[in-house]
Design a protein around this ligand. Structure first.
Ligand code: NAD
Length: 504
């Protein structure tokens, strides 16, 4: 690589939703941009559409007239690739098809200078495979933007087996100069975001498949821990056909590793044309006149309780102090026990334990387990489950106590890891495997999930919050319950657990 990319002319191939966005961002950063599409007139149409949206932004005061004119002028629709022979960087955003991308790069290799970088915006294909057969596969790199490109900050800079480190670094630096947040990734199925995100959908689909609870409870539980949208409403928005296709691609590309097994529940939705919002029906009903289902958050009355014990390990101390204050306000005297190996509350023969992954029934006859939660905001929804022998009175008492502690409790089936704990543990596990395999580093995984899919925190932030012992416990409980490969603990996480144990 000789010339720096900061002043390079850029050829964007494919003037669809992504190509148009990439052209805008490159032009905004001051580059001369050629925009080419195989479909006649498509590049010109994209340019005209872009002009319209820039004028809308001008009306909103986001751009000045001079900026809009500059951006429009810098983008030149071209009819053939040869018209862009002086480009220093190609960003390909054509159809997601390996043969089409290989053929394009094969052609470009002969048309463009030997230093020109060939970047692909593919979201699922191997960069190593795209580069196969080229004279210089070292200049092929992934530059994976997220939709909508002008708004989403993340760029996954994806290196195939033959990508030259200098080429990946040049794309990293260029992305930074464009105001993006680049993250280095090794070319493996799903790269970072589409891989680590799989359990967010998969655990919700597993809960629905097993009829453990309703979609509205799952969504409310995940929103309660900070996600902007729950997994069911998000899949309905993305479209189940698209979401299912990504899961299938990751599953096949991992040689049918059971970890990534697609969901029968989702397959049925796709087969039935229930694709989500776009088809009027997905997990939820969007047809005219239908109302989104709600979660019942009516608190149960709290019976008189003279006294109860709070059990906590050190890391939960702040929650327990907060809970003592709340219970005192409800007229209940409390003791804090710090020597237990579980966290929660005890009154009479009722034990209420924060889930360690095991079902309540595995812990005793009068046990209620409740989900992982954050310091309370306004009445966050919290899943709980009761052991099969628990008395009706104890279940009602547990529900009333959770209400008094500031939650909107929702009873779900007594399966391991409830809703939030199993989903967060699996997200951490997937991120840990990605790091173990050198796909990215922990900081890269955290940035990618927050900027690529708007997660409220990164998987390694959650690991720091709940700790490796608790995460591994939940995964092992799931593994014991379901058997098979799906919930196996990442070797990286086991290592983190040993470190935590030796530090203790
Ligand atoms: P799109 O269908 O909106 O646009 C693709 C464009 O490429 C079309 O205009 C088509 O005419 C053109 N095209 C197809 N073959 C071509 C060829 N050989 N030469 C020139 N032009 C050709 O698709 P999109 O959603 O913009 O996706 C483009 C790429 O970006 C895909 O690789 C996709 O996986 C990836 N991607 C998409 C998203 C997304 O959310 N849509 C996000 C990240 C990455």
């Amino acid at each position: 690589m000789n010339a720096p990319l900061s002043s390079a002319k850029i050829l964007v191939v494919g003037a669809g939703i992504m190509g148009a966005g990439i052209a805008q961002v490159a032009a905004q950063a001051g580059h001369k941009v050629y925009l080419m599409d195989a479909r006649e007139g498509a590049a010109r149409q994209a340019h005209a559409k872009l002009s319209e949206s820039l004028h809308a932004l001008l009306a909103k005061g986001k751009f000045t007239q001079a900026q809009v004119d500059d951006i429009r002028m810098r983008i030149a629709p071209v009819d053939t690739l040869a018209d862009a022979a002086d480009a220093g960087l190609v960003i390909e955003a054509i159809v997601e098809n390996l043969d089409a991308k290989r053929a394009l790069f094969g052609e470009l290799e002969f048309l463009l200078g030997g230093d020109c970088v060939l970047a692909s915006n593919t979201s699922s294909l191997s960069i190593t495979a795209i580069a196969k057969g080229l004279r210089n596969p070292g200049r092929v790199v992934g530059m994976h933007f997220f939709n909508p490109v002008p708004l989403m900050k993340l760029v996954e800079v994806v290196s195939g087996l033959q990508t030259a480190p200098g080429v990946a670094q040049a794309i990293f630096d260029l992305s930074t100069a464009w105001g993006k947040v680049p993250v280095q990734a090794r070319s493996t199925p799903g790269f970072i975001v589409n891989r680590i995100a799989r359990p967010f959908y998969a655990e919700a689909l597993a809960l629905l498949h097993e009829q453990s609870t309703s979609p509205q409870v799952i969504d409310a539980c995940m929103r309660a821990i900070g996600f902007r949208m729950g997994p069911c409403e998000l899949m309905d928005l993305i479209g189940h056909d698209t979401n299912f296709a990504v899961t299938q691609a990751v599953y096949a590309a991992n040689f049918f590793d059971k970890r990534y097994t697609p969901s029968l529940f989702q397959s049925a939705l796709v087969d039935g044309g229930m694709l989500g919002r776009k088809s009027g029906r997905g997990i939820y009903d969007y047809s005219a006149g239908s109302k989104p289902p709600t979660v019942d958050t009516q608190p149960l009355p709290l019976p008189a309780i003279a006294h109860l014990q709070l059990h906590s390990r050190t890391q939960d101390a702040q929650t327990m102090v907060d809970w003592q204050v709340r219970l005192q306000a409800a007229g209940i005297a409390t003791d804090l026990v710090t020597t237990s190996n579980w966290t929660g509350l005890q009154t009479g023969d009722l034990q209420m334990r924060r889930t360690d992954g095991r079902p309540a029934s595995a812990l005793g006859p009068q046990v209620v387990v409740y989900d992982w939660h954050l310091p309370q905001g306004s009445a966050p929804v919290l899943a709980f489950a009761a052991s099969s022998g628990a008395s009706v009175d104890n279940i009602a008492l547990a529900q009333a106590l959770l209400g008094a502690l500031g939650f909107a409790p929702q009873r779900v089936a007594d399966q391991p890891g409830l809703v939030a704990a199993r989903t967060l543990a699996m997200l951490v596990n997937e991120a840990a495997d990605a790091v173990q395999q050198g796909v990215c580093d922990p900081a890269g995984a955290d940035a990618a999930m927050q900027l690529g899919v708007n997660y409220p925190a990164g998987p390694f932030d959650w690991l720091a919050r709940w700790g490796a012992p608790a995460v591994v416990q939940v995964l092992e409980a799931l593994d014991t319950h379901y058997r098979g490969e799906r919930y196996r603990v990442s070797p990286w996480l086991r290592h983190a657990l040993w470190q935590a144990q030796h530090a203790a």
